[in-house]
Design a protein around this ligand. Structure first.
Ligand code: EPZ
Length: 444
């Protein structure tokens, strides 16, 4: 199992280009199950979740090929099986997005319920409610969702739940409704840029979707979707992660290939904590502050502050001059990074879906363990900013959603070494002499 050894105390500066969006690529790849023809996707990041979904699509009778130019070529070769089995689905929740296109195109599906997740309870009741409203017969048995239907029928579907809109739920229902007979209206749809990107992709395949980016999507069903060439949007969460890294290490970063409007609230929070931000054509230039100001931030669905960047922001606010508050209204339990940040010297107290952060003058290197994708990113940022050396175990969490993040950070001046988690690779613990404050005699 891989781990990182990080030499801290580095300022991160330089220029980088952001990768394509993981959370746009996954539902778009799943939606190609509903397409008759070849789809060429550009700007799809080469990371673990994309590779996992590619394997699942091949199990479902598709040919998925990474071209020399880095794009993905996808085409259905055989529709002989519509079973998405537990082994792959349990490793990646977004696999559930194959359910809608399989029902729409093949009339039946058997998809393992997605595995549990470290960021909290993640049901799929809204996905199932939406697909049932389109006329699918769905039942769950032995950890699988079974579904069958003749041709789906358009319907008016209220799709938000107690916690608000659902991103992949909207994607799942949207990818089914495009082939339904008649018109579908999805109320309470997610407005995230990744949902907009899926709608634009489906329209490029001949679908007829309007309202993308608003809570109400209207879909006039068509009989078939044709292949197309499509470029996936940049990854706004990777961009936010890299900008936060520069902001917490007093660095100067120029990020290209970004869509600034996808990051409006994140950029405002970074300005609030003292960063200077300049926007150019398709790039963002950030200069980190000498003194990080505290902030109060609440994660809510788009266009609000993204829950996928609250862990990284918490790492930054750990070094603020004063007390900050971070609340997560999307995933109230998404705080597993708190205890690990505290091992690095942060002073954070959790109260329900809220974290109270008392800024400290510096973080100190330690041995920490990643727990989920964005918590891992927060730990890497904190270790890069901390004094001394840190180790971060279970880096496979990070590899799920970032394309070689350590290489990008090292390009900016960090010192992050990937190694195998084995005793001989663990730096020796702090020597006793460095643990005993000066002036105190060592015990005999
Ligand atoms: C997507 O997850 C993203 N994943 C997540 O990013 C992101 O954190 C999340 O949206 C919120 O923005 C992908 O796009 C692959 P939701 P998703 O359905 O769709 C509740 C990352 O780090 N809910 O929008 O699974 C749910 O429990 C990942 O890249 C129901 O109650 O999230 C949550 O509280 C982590 N019933 C809220 O809605 C449902 O049927 C929002 O969840 C579905 C969701």
């Amino acid at each position: 199992m891989d781990m990182f050894v990080v030499q801290g105390g580095r300022s991160l500066s330089g220029s980088l280009r952001v990768s394509g969006s993981k959370n746009a690529s996954l539902p778009i790849m799943a939606a190609t199950l509903a397409v008759d023809g070849v789809v060429n996707l550009a700007n799809v990041p080469n990371l673990a979740d994309v590779r996992t979904l590619a394997r699942l699509l091949e199990q479902l009778g598709m040919h998925v090929h990474r071209s020399d130019g880095g794009g993905l070529r996808l085409q259905t070769i055989s529709a002989s099986t519509s079973v998405a089995d537990y082994d792959l689905v349990r490793t990646m929740r977004a696999s559930v997005c194959v359910l809608g296109p399989l029902l729409a195109r093949r009339g039946w599906a058997c998809v393992s319920l997605p595995g549990g997740c470290q960021i909290g309870h993640r049901p799929i009741d809204l996905h199932l409610r939406g697909l049932a409203a389109l006329g699918a017969e769905l039942w769950t048995e032995r950890g699988y969702v079974f579904g069958r239907c003749s041709r789906l029928r358009g319907a008016r579907i209220p799709l938000s739940g107690v916690q608000g809109s659902t991103v992949t739920g909207t994607c799942n229902v949207l990818s089914a409704a495009v082939l339904a007979e008649g018109t579908t209206v999805i109320e309470g749809a997610a407005c995230e840029p990744e949902v907009v990107d899926l709608a634009n992709f489906l329209n490029a395949c001949g679908a007829r979707i309007t309202g993308q980016g608003t809570p109400e999507l209207t879909i006039d069903g068509v009989d078939a979707l044709h292949g197309c060439d499509y470029e996936v949007i940049p990854d706004r969460i990777e961009a936010a992660t890299l900008l936060t890294a520069a902001a917490m290490t007093r660095g100067t970063l120029s990020l290209s290939g970004v869509v600034a409007e996808h990051l409006e609230v994140v950029l405002q929070v970074l300005r609030d904590v003292g960063a200077r931000i300049e926007l150019e054509e398709d790039s963002i230039r950030l200069t980190g502050p000498d003194v990080i100001q505290p902030a109060e931030v609440t994660a809510v669905p788009y266009p609000g502050f993204p829950t996928d960047t609250q862990a990284q922001l918490m790492a930054l606010l750990s070094l603020a001059k004063g007390r900050s508050v971070v609340k997560d209204c999307v995933f109230p339990d998404r705080f597993l990074h708190v205890s690990e940040l505290c091992r690095l010297g942060a002073k954070i107290q959790r109260e329900g879906n809220t974290a109270l952060i008392e800024g400290v003058p510096y973080l100190s290197g330690a041995n920490v363990m990643a727990s989920d994708l964005r918590a891992s990113a927060a730990l890497v940022l904190a270790a890069v900013a901390a004094r001394d050396e840190s180790t971060i175990r279970r880096i496979y969490h990070l590899d799920r959603g970032y394309e070689q993040l350590e290489c990008k950070l090292n390009q900016l001046g960090a010192s992050v070494t990937r190694t195998v988690d084995a005793p001989q690779n663990i730096p020796l613990p702090l020597q006793p002499s460095t643990l005993i404050p000066p002036g105190i005699k060592r015990p005999a």
